[in-house]
Write a protein that binds this ligand. Structure first.
Ligand code: UDP
Ligand code: MG
Length: 311
């Protein structure tokens, strides 16, 4: 069959999504067909342990517009997105989740915004977090507020990874070759003009979320470290403040010694000070360690992912 270059590429990361893929495929095809444009759907099987790969084999066999990349193990959503973007052939590329939380029905409107040339990217954000545990929403809000303060990029609150981008925008995203990829930061970092589309939160219909609160916490730390050196500066400031405090304290002790002599007491306060200072030291060394660990993974230059099979 003659190869037709697709105009639109859908990039869809999948990790243990056997339940969600069929419904997603149907809806995506329906939406893309209504656009009257050539399209391709690239699924990335991120080392799934269920029947995801088998389902993708089936779809690719039946529909030549479906392609897939299958990783040798789970490399994470960031790696899956990167692999998908690199493989995408279209003039416009859409990244979206397979679980129904990113409604493909928004694609026509998003495409319009970018095709007109007025914007380079169409992003989506959810305006509420209905159905999400309140603790998670609370920490997510705090995280966005913190990022706004300590980095020069502004992450839009509730922004999803559901985006439609022009080739120019996509190439800018791919030009960032860092190993520790934090898409939520990379997208705003590259700049360009983004048009935002808002929608109500949709709860996952099939399967389960892979994000525990702990995983989200670690992910947010990754984001902070990838885009800000402020924690290091904060550690230095803390050191300076404690140093100044200790000078005042030493002065106080000397004067007390001169005036009142040297009564042997105060060991409790000494122990407290030692504990306090060593705690702070470990804490700040820990911050430094996080950055060193990131440098460690960067300099190793390992591949972002390993493709076991592609079609
Ligand atoms: N995903 C992935 N690799 C992972 C975790 C998730 O490719 O290690 C995919 C998953 O299949 C889904 C998308 O990333 O299509 C978003 O994951 P999920 O729905 O679990 O996250 P949430 O929507 O709850 O943020
Ligand atoms: Mg989801």
């Amino acid at each position: 069959m003659e190869y037709v270059k697709p105009e639109i590429s859908l990039v869809v990361p999948c990790f243990n999504e056997e339940e969600a893929i069929p419904a997603f495929y149907e809806e995506a095809v329906k939406t893309c067909a209504s656009l009257n444009k050539q399209f391709e759907i690239i699924f990335i099987d991120d080392g799934s342990k269920d029947n995801t790969l088998r389902i993708l084999h089936g779809l690719a066999k039946e529909d030549s517009r479906v392609h897939f990349l299958s990783f040798s193990r789970n490399f994470g959503k960031e790696a899956a997105l990167l692999a998908g973007l690199k493989a995408a052939q279209g003039d416009y590329t859409v990244t979206l989740d397979v679980d129904g939380q990113d409604p493909p029905s928004l694609i026509p409107k998003m495409l319009e915004a970018v095709v007109s040339g007025e914007h380079d990217c169409a992003g989506t954000r959810r305006v509420n977090r209905i159905g999400e545990p309140p603790v998670r929403s609370f920490f997510a809000r705090r995280f966005y507020a913190l990022m706004k303060k300590i980095t020069e990029i502004e992450i839009v609150d509730g922004a999803r990874d559901f985006r439609l981008m022009s080739r120019k925008y996509m190439e800018a995203v791919l030009a960032l070759q860092e190993y520790n990829r934090f898409s939520k930061g990379i997208f705003p970092w590259v700049g360009f003009k983004t048009k935002w589309f808002e929608y109500e939160n949709i709860e996952r219909t099939k399967g389960r979320t892979k994000w525990s609160l702990w995983k989200l916490f670690l992910y947010s730390l990754d984001g902070i470290i990838a885009f800000s050196a402020k924690p290091l500066a904060a550690a230095s400031v803390l050191g300076v403040v404690l140093f100044l405090m200790s000078i005042v304290f030493i002065g106080f002790i000397i004067i007390r010694r001169i005036i009142w002599g040297d009564p042997v007491d105060g060991w409790a306060s000494t122990v407290c000070i030692i504990l306090f200072c060593s705690g702070i030291q470990l804490f700040t060394t820990g911050i430094l360690g996080q950055y060193v660990a990131k440098i460690h993974t960067e300099v190793k230059r390992r591949p972002y992912y390993i493709i076991k099979e592609a079609q």
